[in-house]
Ligand binder design. Structure first.
Ligand code: RP5
Length: 154
């Protein structure tokens, strides 16, 4: 059963989210992928947010470019943790998406990672850290990844 829902604002975001899916796979974390636009399919966004916890999802990773309101909109419909990934799809190279995601008004938090590939990977690692609180298997694979990093740096 998927524990992580990876949601992107457009099919055109799929390539940018590949690093997220690769890291989740490497860590042995089950995930699902959806395309939901906060402005083109707002009702789908609402239903998704309302139903995610009941379907067993524990962390939502939401990626979008431009005005990037998708992570905040999903966060408004759920109390699950939402990690926002700002994508560099516009003339502003993701600065617009970063500001939109990181500047959520007080009360409805969204965790923001960096723009682009770095953020796409870190969203998956952060999801692993959150899931590690409850899931020992994920904690072990994440700790192995961290320990391998130390070995690679010596
Ligand atoms: C956002 O607008 C999407 O997340 C995407 O990054 C950007 C452009 O979407 P398309 O016009 O390519 O569908 O909603």
């Amino acid at each position: 059963m998927p524990l992580v829902a990876v949601v992107m604002g457009s099919k055109s975001d799929a390539e940018a989210l590949k690093p997220t899916l690769d890291v989740l796979t490497q860590l042995g974390i089950d995930y699902e992928v959806s395309v939901i636009s906060a402005h083109r399919t707002p009702e789908k966004a609402r239903q998704f947010g309302l139903e995610a916890r009941g379907r067993g999802i524990e962390v939502i990773i939401a990626a979008a470019g431009g005005a990037a309101h998708l992570p905040g909109v999903l966060a408004s419909w759920t109390t699950l943790p939402v990690i926002g990934v700002p994508l560099a799809t516009s003339e502003l190279k993701g600065i617009d998406a970063l500001y939109s995601i990181v500047q959520m008004p007080a009360g409805i938090p969204v965790a923001s990672v960096a723009i682009g590939t770095t953020g796409a990977k870190n969203a998956a690692y952060l999801a692993a850290e959150i899931l590690s609180i409850k899931h020992d298997g994920i904690r072990k694979s994440y700790e192995k990844y961290r320990s391998d990093l130390q070995g690679a740096n010596q």
